[in-house]
Design a protein around this ligand. Structure first.
Ligand code: COA
Length: 261
C-alpha cells in the first residue's frame, strides 16, 4: 500500500509508522487522516506484533492542521461534521489496533499530536519534548481526542490542561499518565527498543484480547463484569497460545511466539 504522508516499514514483527509531513511539523489534514485510517485498517486485518508510531523531522506532531480547520468555515454544516467524524474514526481505528502500539515522541506533541499519544498503548518521550492540549488557545477544543485522553489523564488534569491550553513538560506528561517513559533524546530509540523486546515475548492473542478487555471492563462495577472476565480467561487458557504459554512456563522454556530482537 502506498501513502502520501506516512512511511510504513515492516521489519520482521515490528511495523514502523512515521508521520511524514515535516514542513508543517506533521500537522494532520484530511489527507494525513486518510493515510492513517488506511494504515490502521490494514493493521486490523494483518496486525504486526508491535507498531512504533513516530514523526519525521523536528517534532512528533503539531496536531490538527490549522489551515485545514480554518477552511471548514466554507463547508456546509453537514460536510463539516462528516469531516470531523473522519478524524474521530482515525483515532478510534488506531486506538483499537489489535497489537501493542508504542508512541515515540520527540520535540513536541501538541493538540491532536498529544491525542495520538493517547491512543498509543505505551508512550516513550524525549525529556525535552513539549506537550499540550492547546486547542483553546486557537479558539477551538480538543473534541475527538477527548475520550482517549480522559481515559489516560482523568478529569482533574483534563480540566487544568484542556481549559487553559497550556503547554507542559514531558515530566508532567508522565505524572498525569499520558506517557510512560521519559528519557534523554539520545536514549529514545534504546528505550523504545526495550519495550519492543518486552512486547515480543508476550503472546499475540493474549495481547489482542487484553487490549480489547480494558475498555470492556473500564468504569464498570466488578460484579457487573464477572461474565466478561470469566469468559475472557476461560477462552484464552484453553486456546493454543494459552496452552503453549502455560506449558512452556512449567517446563522452563521460552514459548513459541518469542521473537529475539
Ligand atoms: N497546523 C498548520 N501548520 C502548522 C501547525 C499546525 N498545527 N504547526 C506548525 N505549523 C507550520 C507553521 O505555520 C510553519 O509554517 P511556515 O513554515 O509556513 O511558517 C511550520 O509549520 C513550522 O512551524 P514553526 O512554528 O516555525 O516550527 P518550530 O519547529 O519552531 O515549532 C511547534 C514547532 C510544533 C512547537 C510549533 O509549530 C507549534 O507550536 N505549532 C502549533 C501546535 C498547536 O498548537 N497545535 C494544535 C492545533 S489544533
Amino acid at each position: 500500500m502506498s501513502y502520501q504522508f506516512l512511511t510504513v516499514e515492516r521489519r520482521d514483527a515490528v511495523e514502523y509508522v512515521t508521520l511524514n509531513r515535516p514542513d508543517v511539523r506533521n500537522a494532520f489534514n484530511e489527507l494525513v487522516i486518510a493515510d492513517l485510517v488506511a494504515w490502521a485498517k490494514s493493521a486490523h486485518q494483518n496486525p504486526p506484533r508491535v507498531v512504533v508510531l513516530a514523526g519525521a523531522g523536528k517534532v512528533f506532531s503539531a496536531g490538527a492542521d490549522a489551515a485545514w480547520m480554518a477552511k471548514m468555515a466554507d463547508y456546509s454544516r453537514e460536510d463539516n461534521v462528516l469531516d470531523a467524524r473522519a478524524a474521530a474514526e482515525m483515532f478510534l481505528a488506531i486506538n483499537t489496533v489489535p497489537c501493542i502500539v508504542i508512541g515515540r515522541i520527540h520535540g513536541a506533541a501538541l493538540g491532536g499530536g498529544s491525542g495520538l499519544a493517547a491512543v498509543c498503548d505505551i508512550v516513550v518521550t524525549d525529556a525535552d519534548a513539549i506537550f499540550g492540549f492547546t486547542e483553546t488557545k486557537l479558539g477551538i477544543l480538543p473534541a475527538m481526542i477527548s475520550p482517549y485522553v480522559l481515559q489516560k489523564i482523568g478529569a482533574s488534569a483534563a480540566r487544568e490542561l484542556f481549559l487553559t491550553g497550556m503547554r507542559f513538560t514531558a515530566a508532567k506528561a508522565k505524572e498525569i499518565g499520558l506517557v510512560h517513559a521519559v528519557v534523554p533524546m539520545a536514549d529514545l530509540d534504546e528505550a523504545v527498543g526495550n519495550y519492543i523486546k518486552e512486547a515480543l515475548s508476550a503472546s499475540p492473542t493474549a495481547v489482542a484480547r487484553s487490549k480489547a478487555l480494558i475498555p470492556n471492563v473500564l468504569g464498570k462495577l466488578p460484579a457487573d463484569v464477572i461474565n466478561i472476565t470469566a469468559d475472557a480467561i476461560a477462552t484464552q487458557r484453553v486456546s493454543p497460545e494459552g496452552q503453549e504459554g502455560l506449558k512452556a512456563f512449567l517446563v522452563k522454556r521460552p514459548p513459541s511466539w518469542t521473537v529475539k530482537n
